[in-house]
Design a binder for this molecule. Structure first.
Ligand code: HEC
Length: 124
């Protein structure tokens, strides 16, 4: 319980600090904005380095290639959007359901979702 409370406080502090600094560094493009958002919201569970130790979620290295190779008949963009907004629709092989928050459709603005997808599309 105490540990949970500490984690919540740390998260709030982190969000406050990132909110304060976001005015100072103006993103130059949706992709750059997506990279910044990824560091805040996603990097706790997803590494960008293919050699990183196994984390809660799959590494994002090569995710654009996996998106392009999907067998669900979706465009890479639509596949990434589904993975982001409905993480339990299809579970990445070797990983567990129910870990990735399924609340990003509510907690992120549409342009932030687009920016994250645009960033992930660069990770070939
Ligand atoms: C609490 C941990 C956690 C957080 C935070 C998280 N994810 Fe995930 N994510 C997972 C797990 C676990 C999976 C694999 C299981 C699944 O498919 O739901 C996954 C799967 C994915 C996949 C599919 C990858 C593939 O190769 O199959 C994408 C894309 C993705 N996440 C993007 C994101 C983005 C973007 C964010 C930040 C907005 C994010 N995730 C935040 C845990 C997380």
């Amino acid at each position: 319980m105490n540990r949970q409370r500490t984690l919540i406080w740390l998260l709030l502090l982190f969000l406050l600090l990132s909110a304060c600094s976001s005015g100072a560094t103006r993103p130059t493009s949706p992709t750059a904005d997506g990279e910044r958002l990824f560091a805040i919201w996603c990097s706790g569970c997803h590494a960008l380095d293919p050699a990183a130790p196994v984390a809660l979620g799959p590494t994002m290295a090569g995710v654009a290639t996996r998106a392009a190779a999907n067998t669900d008949g979706l465009s890479p963009e639509a596949w990434l959007r589904r993975e982001l907004l409905q993480p339990n629709a299809v579970i990445s092989p070797g990983y567990n359901a129910g870990l990735m928050p399924s609340s990003y459709a509510e907690s992120l603005r549409p342009e932030q979702i687009d920016a994250l997808i645009s960033f992930m599309l660069t990770l070939e």
